[in-house]
Write a protein that binds this ligand. Structure first.
Ligand code: DLL
Length: 435
């Protein structure tokens, strides 16, 4: 394996020892939060729990869940567990609706975040000899600055390009010869497609590693990016509420993501009953960020859907692993009563050479019935083909999407490059239904 292990002690600790450490850190975190964070103190009081009731990891189940509404209700600083003078950085994340979720970091939080990003970068095989082009946005979004600090700490040559301005991104990829690229997978694909526009041959680039995340993407999409950009792609996961990028990352041994288990206790719960599910069962991912000082969270429901695995990995790490997140419970569309995830549509499109995985789902209600249209870009080569052939592919896609989703959708093939591109997280759905 190329990847090396940044923190052998923490990443290769026997599971029993990880659990014991998590237990100690949980107890400490509950004591720090109780009496300091008013909303959490109230939640514990309502649940009839005192800090003394939490003695080990087994007691985690007694504690109440936290949700994004709690973060929003406490806007801006109500979730902070230390006085503002101790906060050295603020990030915020906006969801589809409502107020931002604001998070604060002490210097120790920034140090731990950098350490988690070093572990993640090392997992991809990068070393201080590498040059990392960061095209995640810098600013309140955690992607840019989060990876930046880890990259510098590890000694990589770091290029803080930030998001946007595709022409400049491509110029830098060509001229500065970075060996690694960090951005959203949808933007990586866009960059790959745009190389042609700027007359750049992928062979002129030096990229060997891609660090892609911040949005759901399929394994088929991963293969496509790998072949177009001639690199090995890794899946990096994280969320602002618990830290930012680096909560987990995939390794060379497979597609499961290693969670930095000494800092984040993961659980997967049944979305309806909220019962903790056994290993390998699909449910909502819940995190307790037990070492965080600024905004620690206990049992925060991410609503991301995944499974957890506890066996040691072939790469040598023993940390808990999570399956690739292919959707969030709240990204799920309910069309005529059927649950639909955009990534299900993406997986069908990636089987077709005639179309690109650039698509938009439009949902509306016509005569009280849900109507779904999927607009899909044709490849430039196929676009010049006859109308009859285009209709044939539309029909095939109609049937494949219907059998994958269990409901029908109108398929409309559109011109290459006609759908909007995102420089960060891709927007795949326009839902015009009024409820
Ligand atoms: O997206 C942090 C991040 C930045 C992760 C750069 C990776 C790289 P938020 O903006 O708060 O934070 O969004 C968090 O994005 O709950 C997931 O739904 C989704 N997400 C993040 N990483 C992945 C991934 C950043 N690798 C939300 N796969 C999370 C699927 C992801 N979804």
């Amino acid at each position: 394996m190329n990847g090396y292990i940044w923190n052998q002690q923490m990443e290769c600790m026997p599971l029993e020892e990880i659990r014991a450490l998590q237990g100690q850190r949980l107890v400490d975190c509950v004591h720090r939060m109780y009496g300091t964070v008013p909303y959490y103190t109230r939640r514990m009081d309502e649940a009839g729990i005192e800090p003394g009731d939490i003695k080990s990891l087994d007691d985690l189940k007694k504690l109440p869940f936290t949700d994004k509404e709690d973060m929003r209700d406490q806007y801006p600083y109500g979730t902070f567990a230390v006085p503002i003078e101790q906060i050295v950085r603020i990030h915020a994340s906006s969801g589809t609706t409502g107020k931002q979720k604001v998070v604060g970091y002490t210097q120790k939080d920034i140090d731990i975040w950098s350490e988690c990003c070093c572990r993640a970068l090392a997992t991809t095989g990068l070393t201080a000899q590498d040059i990392l082009h960061i095209a995640y946005g810098y600013g309140l979004f955690t992607g840019g600055l989060g990876l930046h600090y880890g990259s510098e700490r590890m000694g990589l040559t770091t290029i803080p390009v930030s998001s946007g301005n595709t022409r400049r991104q491509i110029q830098i990829l060509k001229d500065f010869q970075p060996t690694a690229l960090a951005c959203t997978p949808s933007y990586a694909l866009h960059l790959a497609d745009e190389l042609k526009t700027y007359d750049v041959d992928p062979a002129e680039l030096k990229l060997s590693v891609g660090i892609f995340g911040a949005e759901p993407w399929t394994l088929a999409m991963k293969q496509q990016i790998e072949s177009k950009l001639n690199l090995k792609a890794f899946d990096i996961y994280g969320l602002s509420e618990t830290m930012g990028p680096g909560v987990s990352i995939s390794c060379e041994a497979g597609d499961l993501l290693h969670i930095q288990s000494d800092h984040f206790i993961a659980e997967v719960i049944d979305p309806l009953t909220h019962e903790t599910l056994p290993d390998g069962e699909l449910g909502e991912l819940v995190f307790s960020s037990v070492t965080k000082e600024g905004t620690p969270l206990i049992r925060y429901n991410t609503h991301d859907l995944t499974r957890l695995y506890y066996e040691p990995c072939a790469c040598g790490r023993t940390t808990v692993r999570m399956e690739k997140v292919t959707g969030r419970a709240d990204d799920m569309l309910i069309i005529r009563g059927v649950n639909v995830f955009p990534t299900q549509i993406e997986s069908v499109l990636l089987q077709y050479g005639e179309v690109e995985p650039h698509y938009m789902i439009l949902v509306d209600r016509v005569h009280n019935l849900d109507h779904m249209e999927v607009q899909i870009e044709m490849t430039a080569a196929f676009f010049s083909d006859s109308i009859k052939e285009i209709e044939t592919i539309e029909k095939k896609l109609f049937h494949d999407i219907q059998s994958t989703l269990g409901i029908s959708a109108q398929i409309r093939l559109v011109e290459p490059k006609s759908l909007p591109r995102s420089e960060g997280k891709a927007k795949r759905v326009i839902d015009r239904r009024t409820y």
